[in-house]
Write a protein that binds this ligand. Structure first.
Ligand SMILES: [Zn+2]
Length: 81
């Protein structure tokens, strides 16, 4: 999608998130997603977090977690050091 298309036809927040869902890896369990996130963090990725998806009811790794999950991840990060 080009910058101009976004300007002309700005997707709603829901459409944007649904689109993000369909193109992301879905994890059926939080623990599985967390393991993948930890591996990514070991490789130097510090900008990613796990969040619950309201569309597929799975878990994704992305940049926009909800606040509850953000707090949970902060705790897990402490555990993993
Ligand atoms: Zn999803």
């Amino acid at each position: 999608m080009s910058f101009f298309e976004i300007e002309l036809d700005l997707p709603s927040r829901d459409e944007e998130r649904h689109w993000a869902c369909s193109r992301k890896v879905r994890y059926g369990h939080l623990q599985t997603a967390m393991k993948s996130l930890v591996e990514l963090m070991k490789k130097g990725r510090q900008d990613l977090e796990v969040y619950r998806c309201e569309y597929c009811e799975g878990w994704h790794i992305g940049h926009k977690p909800n606040l509850l999950v953000r707090g949970l991840i902060r705790g897990l990060r402490n555990l993993f050091g």
